[in-house]
Design a protein around this ligand. Sequence first.
Ligand SMILES: NC(=O)C1=CN([C@@H]2O[C@H](COP(=O)(O)OP(=O)(O)OC[C@H]3O[C@@H](n4cnc5c(N)ncnc54)[C@H](OP(=O)(O)O)[C@@H]3O)[C@@H](O)[C@H]2O)C=CC1
Ligand SMILES: O=C(O)C1=N[C@H](C(=O)O)C[C@H](O)C1
Length: 238
Amino acid sequence: MKLALIGYGKMGKEIEKIAVSRGHKIELIIDINNQNDLTSENLKKCDVAIEFTIPGTAVEHYMMCFEAGIPVVSGTTGWLSRQEEVHQKCKETNGTFFYGSNFSVGVNLFFELNRKLADIMASHPEYKAEMTEVHHTHKLDAPSGTAISLAEDLIDILPPVTGWAHAGEATEKQLPIKSIREGEVPGIHTIKYDSDVDYIEITHSAKSRKGFALGAVLAAEYSLGKKGILTMKDMLKI
Ligand SMILES: NC(=O)C1=CN([C@@H]2O[C@H](COP(=O)(O)OP(=O)(O)OC[C@H]3O[C@@H](n4cnc5c(N)ncnc54)[C@H](OP(=O)(O)O)[C@@H]3O)[C@@H](O)[C@H]2O)C=CC1
Ligand SMILES: O=C(O)C1=N[C@H](C(=O)O)C[C@H](O)C1
């Protein structure tokens, strides 16, 4: 498969290694220094685009891929306020859009575990839920995209929780999310249920970016020949 890599930072470089090891060709690499090469003509030479850039620029890249008629797989976080617009454009252009707040298989199993534990805790309101996410100091967005995905499931399942907020700003009904930025941490997410007498917590810790990168390449392989909005849940059949 011929891939376009839009964004050639920490993730773009990790994805390149995995994609090449799986027999794919990197046809186009776009970074901040050669943005003028991101044209419909160049995108049309590729089978799928993988986009890992920054929140402020990701949506523009999705739109270009839809116009060029190639599937786009994106892991960029922090752009979800424009989700409706992106889905609408994908529909209008009969495009293919695969977004994952976290492409690691382990985190997607953890999403399942989070839902299952929440199902149990829903009938025990004496346990109050809270979340902590820890990432490297270069991260631009907080809370992380993964934390928001975990929080959305808790809001759906836990009766007393109606929304989320940054820790310290949360009301009684909001899930507090604490974001810690330190060193080069690839990503740690913890959900804790605290009561007066004890607590229960679950944690996912990424050891490196390899799991995210492999998931993104698997998502690109899955997207080829498909149309519409695709998710990790569809791909992993969980
Ligand atoms: N879904 C998932 O599984 C994962 C998601 N992420 C998310 O992916 C995104 C990228 O992460 P990461 O690779 O670590 O970040 P990096 O900062 O290492 O990489 C981002 C790259 O995008 C480049 N860039 C910025 N603006 C543009 C533009 N307009 N056109 C092309 N390239 C541009 C940057 O260039 P320059 O540095 O020169 O400015 C940089 O090389 C983040 O939103 C992060 O949260 C990260 C890991 C896993
Ligand atoms: O910026 C990162 O590094 C990561 N971002 C994603 C997120 O915001 O959840 C996924 C992963 O945690 C690493």
